[in-house]
Design a protein around this ligand. Sequence first.
Ligand SMILES: [Fe+2]
Length: 180
Amino acid sequence: MIKIRKIPSEILTVKVKEHKKYKQKLLDAISELPFNNYHAAGVTDKKLAKSDWGLPREHPRKYLDIYYNEVIPSAMSEIIKYYKAQDWRIINSWYKTYDKDSYYPWHNHPETHFSLVYFLELPNSKFKTTIKINNKIINYKAGEGDLICFPAHLLHQSEKNKGGKKTVIVSNANIYYGVQ
Ligand SMILES: [Fe+2]
């Protein structure tokens, strides 16, 4: 027997500054990477999203240099302002590309406070990430050029993509209060 005290939680949608300026630069840098794999724990399916997840960590990723230097800092400063935190750190990041009918199954992200998803290329926002809590789909607004931030324990998925080629950059992020 457990007692439940419900507390608020949130999905933040941050508009990435100068998304249009970075979009093609980031997509070009992603396309330079060698094909890695269709990643999902325990699932092999060519309809899974394409990703650099399994490339060695030390493999150069120009898209992440751009992302970390020019995109993430202003988005994260808005996020920590909302949470009244002092600092933030990105733990790791990867891209995912969804061609026609590509999908990614329900999962969550362990060992991190938040999951971030930057919708770099999203022709139809109906096919953005689906998030659920206690089996209930949570509605939120986001489209191309937005970055969402949500608690990393929440289950999320990408349903079969029928909305044109979609590319996201995903990160795990921690936030810090006071002394670390
Ligand atoms: Fe995810």
